[in-house]
Design a binder for this molecule. Structure first.
Ligand SMILES: C[S@@+](CC[C@H](N)C(=O)[O-])C[C@H]1O[C@@H](n2cnc3c(N)ncnc32)[C@H](O)[C@@H]1O
Length: 450
């Protein structure tokens, strides 16, 4: 990496961060757009990604390091993002020497500012360098954890209330680690052993997931360039997400509804289990523009014959499809997404407790509607990528109270005999993000009495 490239990488990162932090753009969209329109090499693109996600992830901690040093809000919009990005490098990236961070921050400030902002930037960064990392007093648990893990204080208090202080500390710390590179093996096309060997030959360190034996964890990314991926022998999918479809127990001849399907990871897993001649999965999503994601996945995996894609509000399933249409239904519901914070770091600053309550109403309405189109004896798997009881056990409890014709079924999977997932008395399986360093998920299986 030469100096010119590093400066350019930091400039791209600063542009993305300014848009995300000041204009509330989505980090993944801004980042993809900027990287696709840049001439940076792969290493510099990786640096940009790390700077953008790291700075957003630790925003509250980083702000805490500089807030007493900033007497007034800087006039120019790039100054705070530049400071946060630079403090992130000083305090989290050991491989970048402090003088390189300061020099590039000064250069960027000079290039951007006609008002001498670089003096302010330089002064603050030198202070941060001298003072070392700052944290609130340990005794004040919620504030301390909030700053240390950069999570809003309401969320720390909420989780501590539900799961206790030490579990909350482990959950939050885990959500700040890097996501697994997990692939699900399509056992119709290959075996776990063969996929492991081939991936190893292609330079990946491989381990079988302790949560799900048909997922392989890889030492690094880039698997989309392998022929295994192109041939559909493996699919990039988190292990906890793959377990959701296991709970549906799809049979080859099933007629399945995937009610909230985009981008289609679970639709593909369902379709891989179906028989070409008899089985079928209908994949719905509220947002028409997301359907192309499902269609593209289906094309790559040669599953288009098995999948029908349709834009629809899942709350209208009963009126659109009528009664007794599906053997199995997956409701992988829109949710607060707290289990996905590693992949979408800014969600933590946007979600509120009111969102959780509002989402729970939509989730229940979706369940109410799809339930009317399930065949007698059929199964609904209700899942969310969050761990809040309001969006899981409480939705299920309200649904069951209104529908005694359904019962909650114990989820029995080969992998669950040996794993430590939390199964409440209400039979919702909760996979915490710190249990296996996977995405956090909650899964409930609902059965219509025969
Ligand atoms: C958790 S994501 C689904 C992820 C997907 N099952 C997968 O594995 O790739 C939830 C999806 O529900 C969609 N959605 C939100 N509200 C909906 C509704 N009322 N009806 C149908 N889909 C909805 C969102 O657009 C989003 O794509």
């Amino acid at each position: 990496m030469n100096n010119l490239n590093v400066a350019t990488a930091r400039e791209v990162a600063l542009n993305v961060l300014t848009k995300v932090l000041q204009q509330k753009s989505y980090s993944n969209i801004q980042l993809n757009f900027s990287l696709n329109n840049s001439t940076l090499d792969e290493r510099d693109k990786a640096l940009v990604t790390q700077l953008v996600y790291g700075t957003i992830q630790y925003k509250l901690f980083l702000e805490y390091q500089i807030k007493h040093l900033l007497r007034a809000k800087p006039k120019e919009s790039f100054v705070v993002p530049l400071l946060l990005m630079s403090v992130y490098q000083l305090q989290f990236l050991d491989k970048i020497p402090d003088h390189a961070v300061l020099n590039s921050a000064n250069e960027l400030a000079k290039k951007r500012s006609s008002h001498g902002a670089y003096k302010l930037v330089n002064g603050i960064l030198r202070n941060v360098q001298r003072q070392g990392p700052l944290l609130p007093a340990v005794g004040q648990t919620a504030e301390y954890l909030s700053i240390k893990e950069s999570m809003p204080e309401w969320l720390v208090k909420y989780l501590s209330d539900k799961f206790g202080n030490s579990k909350t500390a482990r959950i939050l710390q885990s959500l700040n680690t890097v996501s697994h590179n997990s692939v699900r093996v399509n056992t119709k096309k290959t075996t776990v052993q063969a996929a492991k060997e081939e991936l190893h030959d292609q330079g990946f360190d491989v381990t079988v997931s302790p949560l799900r034996g048909e997922n392989i964890l890889l030492s690094h990314g880039g698997v989309a360039a392998t022929n295994l991926f192109r041939d559909g022998q493996i699919t990039i999918q988190d292990e906890a997400s793959s377990v959701v479809v296991d709970a549906l127990h799809v049979e080859p001849g099933d007629i399945v509804l995937d009610a909230c399907a985009a981008p289609g990871g679970k639709t593909m897993q369902i379709a891989e289990l179906l028989d070409q001649n008899v089985g079928k999965v209908t994949a719905l999503d509220l947002h028409e523009k997301k359907l192309a994601l499902i269609e593209n996945n289906a094309k790559r995996l040669e599953l288009t014959d098995l999948i029908t894609v349709q834009a629809m509000d899942a709350r209208n399933v009963a009126s659109e499809f009528g009664p007794q249409k599906f053997d199995k239904i997956l409701v992988d519901a829109p949710c607060s997404g707290l289990g996905l914070l590693r992949r979408k770091p800014e969600i933590r600053y946007e979600k509120t407790f009111t969102d959780i309550i509002n989402l729970s109403k939509i989730q229940l309405a979706i369940l109410e509607s799809v339930a009317q189109s399930l065949k007698i004896g059929g199964r609904i798997v209700y899942s969310t990528c969050t761990i809040t009881p309001e969006e899981n056990e409480e939705v299920v409890a309200r649904f069951i109270a209104a529908h005694p014709e359904f019962f909650v079924e114990q989820i029995k999977l080969p992998s669950f005999d040996s794993v430590k997932t939390e199964v409440g008395t209400d039979l919702t399986v909760r996979i915490f993000p710190d249990d296996y360093q996977t995405d956090g998920f909650s899964i409930t299986s609902l059965r219509l009495r025969g």
